[in-house]
Design a protein around this ligand. Sequence first.
Ligand code: OSB
Ligand code: MG
Length: 385
Amino acid sequence: MPEKIASLNVQHKMGDGAGVLIESAELRIIELPLITPFVISTGTMTGKTIPLLVLKGEGLQGIAEGVMDPFPDYLEETIPGAMAFLREVLLPSIIGKRFGSPYELDAVLSPWRGNRMAKAMVEMAFWDLWAKSLNVPLKVLLGGTGDHVDVGVSLGIASIETTLERVDEAVAQGYKRTKLKIRQGHDVKLVEAVRKRHPDIKLTVDANTVYGLSDLPVMLALDDFALDYIEQPLAFDDIHDHAKVQAMLRTAICLDESIRSAVDARKALEAGAARVINIKVGRVGGFIEARAIHDVCAAFDAPVWCGGMLESGIGRAHNIHLATLKNFSKPGDISSASRYFQRDIVNEPLEAVNGEMAVPGNGAGIGVTLDYDYLDTVTQHWEST
Ligand code: OSB
Ligand code: MG
């Protein structure tokens, strides 16, 4: 174990029963087939590989999934890298310890640079465990309210004809926003066709970082379609040029990949690089950071919405609880699990009705439970500590 871990000693409230003792952990990699391949500007996904963490303590289980990919094509983190960091660093530093709250746990995680997706797995699983130990729904501890959240769909890259069919279907199902994935050569004509067929729907596009300043004519053309926002047109590590482009557009820019922290959000909003932020709890290191971003954005009057990463029911449930916070005022990417998977790994169906997703469960924590029969059949790797 690196020396730094041994020296990180969090304050324990030993003996008074407060908090939860983390006794052991289980780590899996699962592989869920996708009903339809999901194509974005940076690549195609035909199946969803998901690292899954279960923290166990005091007869309870806290569960979370990671949003990193097998290869670093969305952001830098990868599943193999996260598995090693979890196995060798993060899990040894928390197992056998009692944490009074996620803030105490965060004191162990936050000194490490980067690796926010891996840290988020631990943090989110602990929030679930902590909520269960207090016997309250996760949303209550997060400060959210309400029983439903507004949701939209994210449509992968396909022909104009296929996209129009998918948009028709999403609109018919009552989804409250349609997001089209775009890339060079698959942008203005596509948006024009969808807009022509549906003049009044809430429509957005997501370029997943693929444009540069040389694509300015495309971004200016997209400005004419009354889009609710243009998501992450430029590089994942760029704020400066997003500010340049935002100054030339009436349409809001929404940042996704560029925002890892509340400090990033503050700088982006101060610079005028965006007017909307996509918050993915798994991307930013967990709920503490997600809430901090939410609060910074509220202070700037910038709406936020909950992003998605084709999560299983575990991540989807976490996202729904987060989206109950007040400034999540735009529909999130939390559509029905059945759009992605023939069968989910949780027992509770997570299906949108009229563009709303119900907060799962009436009970404690994230409100969904693992379907172990199915989980075992899709598990590629299993280890425990
Ligand atoms: O940019 O929001 C994105 C999926 C994989 C990688 C990046 C993104 C997405 C999505 C999917 O848009 C949203 C969903 O889970 O439905
Ligand atoms: Mg995005």
